[in-house]
Write a protein that binds this ligand. Structure first.
Ligand code: FE2
Length: 267
């Protein structure tokens, strides 16, 4: 079998995300969960903010789904993406059920109305979601590379770490139960990038692409932008159909960790 064109790129992106997955501000939350432990309010806040993040993915996926049709990718790709949408739906419900079961809120309506469960347009979550939403104009392999080989790898590390340190059996299971799903999304990302994205270092690429991918990690991490630009690579969608000629500027998207800076989701 011929070498898949995006194999090296997929590994590069995944490795970079793995490297950073345990160096983010969520470590403060993980440390607090280990000792002294999360009190009821901290659990309410953590689960609520993760719930907001998860349900915001629908806004992203809605736009991306339309682009998927336009670009006419193979059915297998559409299937995998559809599966991810369903997975995230159950993930969101898992968080909401946790809030209800623990008595943090009495109803779903109350969960939406509580400050911890609201979506603020002036927040780290908002910057992250709007940036992902802007990827709707990119071919699907680039979007999936940006999501599933970026923050999804970081998210998996969060889930595993939280599951390891949380003592409460039910809460531990909330995070442990998502590992398989999360790994499947990462595997999908790797498969799509390996098959449909190939690297091409072309000097003019950076000039011709939107800057959103550069800005977003900077906005969310609040660290010098140059740190993120080191990891940039240029890629083009290799295989399918009408995407063949589109050159793309691909960046790792690191936003997710800073959704919880210092244990807070809102700034
Ligand atoms: Fe999920």
């Amino acid at each position: 079998m011929a070498e898949l064109p995006g194999k090296a790129l997929a590994e590069e992106l995944a490795a970079a995300s793995r490297d950073e997955s345990r160096t983010t501000p969520i470590e403060d939350v993980i440390a607090a969960a280990r000792s002294p432990g999360l009190d009821d309010d901290a659990v309410h806040r953590l689960v609520s903010r993760l719930w907001v993040l998860e349900r915001m993915f629908y806004y992203v996926y809605g736009g991306w789904g339309q682009g998927l049709e336009i670009n006419d990718f193979p059915a297998s790709i559409k299937y995998l993406f559809s599966k991810q949408i369903v997975d995230e739906s159950t993930h969101e419900m898992l968080y909401l059920d946790t809030l209800l079961r623990r008595g943090c809120v009495k109803t779903q309506k109350e969960a939406f109305q509580h400050p911890y469960g609201g979506f603020s347009v002036d927040s780290g979550v908002a910057y992250y979601v709007f940036s992902l939403r802007n990827l709707a104009t990119y071919p699907h392999p680039i979007r999936i590379a940006a999501l599933n080989l970026g923050p999804k790898i970081v998210e998996l590390a969060w889930m595993e770490a939280l599951a390891a340190v949380i003592a409460d059996p039910a809460l531990k299971q909330v995070f442990a139960s998502q590992a398989v799903e999360n790994r499947s999304h990462i595997a999908m990302g790797r498969r799509i990038v390996e098959e449909f994205v190939e690297r091409e270092d072309t000097p003019d690429v950076a000039q011709s692409r939107p800057r959103a991918l550069h800005r977003m990690p900077h906005v969310l991490h609040r660290v010098p932008r140059a740190r993120h630009q080191r990891g940039l690579c240029r890629a083009r969608a290799a295989a399918p159909h009408r995407n063949r000629s589109r050159r793309l500027h691909l960046s790792r998207l690191h936003g997710l960790p800073d959704v919880l800076p210092g244990g807070r989701l809102d700034r």
